[in-house]
Design a protein around this ligand. Structure first.
Ligand code: UDX
Length: 433
């Protein structure tokens, strides 16, 4: 198969590299010349475990290449995947599809034969219809089939998720497109992963429903955590106690500072807009969005409370800034609201993140960035663990406490035992226990 990936961002680059690893011949296209230049020089513009090695071995094998020239990339392709960004449109929360539609027009003009056009980006219901219309309007002589094939990979575990997905969803009514997609994913469905053929609108909605459901699960356990604190229960045991019921499942029941990232916040908002457009309300998702927003600020207050009394002039060490570990992604990270509420209260923030400091500096230029956890904690009045990077799981708590002005630990990811923290001299608070 000859596959072209339009957009070499997170999803495009991971999908492109994995398809090449399956043995397909893949060209990744991106408008950003600096990104393509970096990739051609073997530099990966994002942090994702295993990606650099995967890209370089497939480039060396001649199966993966990069270009800024969309027309050259599309010529001769069997399938073109659209994996450009679909950010929230400023002001109204709708997904901004201008990049998708602009790419579609260019693909139409560049097509040299029958072509399957696949939307990989998360796009609202009905986008496939519009893509099809643009293809036909731009090239009335063209032979196109449009497929929705949403991607479910998680950052930080992207390659594993792509290569061993729980399922592959392919939305199309076109027989030829179905055959091409089957070929594209052959190495996977010959393995363990079920492949689900659906209508195009169904596939588009499935992606939003999945993300909204996961966001709901997290938000549910976060509210249970608050209730646990109020009644004197332990949310970790509540999670286990409900999660062992197969109908509920154990994953995504870790209470924390609220979900963030490039997907959940944007996709839940976009789903609300779709529901509004079709006058079919999704009230549970509305509540989830609202509760999660409020939570991030509430976590800032939790840290301030732990400082006791007036926080002005005190120093807090924030450990972990990215929205989750193993990424340098700061998009909608809970740390942003937490740090802001600390700054608003007159607190000095010293922060450390293993991979996210550079991206964080663009969002939060006014805090002090430190070399490691102990450096951040030096002279601080409290340490707040905001992101559960592995290096924070095995801190030498005694050493940490010794460097601080006052040993206070706010563990927003529940990674420490109270007894262990207290033995090291900390006043310890966590989430939901
Ligand atoms: C998510 C979906 O999992 C993925 O299927 C989709 O394609 C894109 O969005 P991602 O944003 O990479 O992936 O991160 P994920 O691991 O799902 O975490 C999202 C957020 O939820 C993070 O802020 C994380 O800290 C939070 N979370 C997750 C919790 O607070 N508790 C949990 O139990 C799980």
């Amino acid at each position: 198969m000859r596959i072209t990936m339009i957009g070499s961002g997170y999803v495009g680059l991971v999908s492109g590299a994995c398809f090449a690893d399956f043995g397909h011949s893949v060209i990744c296209v991106d408008k950003a010349a600096d990104k393509i230049e970096a990739l051609l020089a073997g530099r990966i513009p994002i942090y994702e475990p295993g990606l650099e090695q995967l890209v370089s071995s497939n480039v060396a094998a001649g199966r993966l290449s990069f270009t800024t020239d969309l027309a050259a990339g599309v010529a001769g392709a069997d399938a073109v995947f659209i994996a450009v960004g679909t950010p929230s449109r400023r002001g109204d929360g709708h997904a901004d599809l201008s990049y998708v539609y602009a790419a579609t027009e260019e693909i139409a003009r560049a097509a040299t034969g029958p072509l399957v056009v696949v939307t990989k980006s998360t796009v609202p219901v009905g986008t496939g219809d519009r893509v099809e219309q643009i293809l036909r309007d731009t090239r009335p002589d063209g032979d196109f089939a449009v497929v929705s094939n949403p991607e479910f990979l998680r950052e930080g575990a992207a390659i594993g998720d792509f290569k061993r997905p729980d399922r592959i969803v392919i939305g199309t009514d076109d027989d030829r497109a179905r055959a091409v997609m089957r070929e594209v994913y052959r190495p996977l469905y010959l393995g363990e992963s079920p492949i689900l053929f659906t209508g195009r609108r169904t596939a588009e909605l499935t992606k939003y429903a999945a993300n909204a459901f996961l966001a709901t699960k997290i938000t549910f356990i976060n509210e249970m955590a608050d209730l646990c604190e109020a009644v004197g229960a332990d949310v970790r045991d509540v999670s286990r106690g409900i999660g062992l019921d197969n109908r509920i499942g154990r994953k995504f029941l870790h209470a924390g500072p609220g979900y963030g990232g490039s997907c959940f916040p944007k996709d839940t908002l976009a789903l609300l807009k779709t529901a509004e457009d079709f006058e079919s309300p999704v009230r549970i998702v509305e509540a989830v969005v609202q509760v999660n927003d409020t939570r991030k600020r509430a976590m800032g207050r939790k840290v301030l409370n732990a400082l006791g009394g007036d926080a002005r002039g005190k120093t807090v060490a924030v450990l972990g800034l990215t929205f989750k570990p193993n990424t340098d992604d700061m998009r909608d990270a809970p740390s942003i609201a937490i740090v802001q509420s600390l700054i608003d209260a007159g607190v000095n923030v010293r922060a450390y993140d293993p991979e996210g400091a550079e991206t964080a500096k663009a969002v939060m230029p006014d805090i002090t960035y430190c070399a490691d956890a102990y450096d951040a904690a030096a002279g601080a009045d409290a340490v707040a663990i905001v992101t559960e990077w592995d290096v924070f799981r095995a801190l030498d708590l005694k050493r940490l406490a010794a460097t601080m002005a006052a040993p206070v630990l706010v563990d927003l990811r529940n990674i420490y035992d109270r007894a262990e923290a207290e033995r090291a001299g900390f006043a310890y608070s966590a989430v939901g226990r």
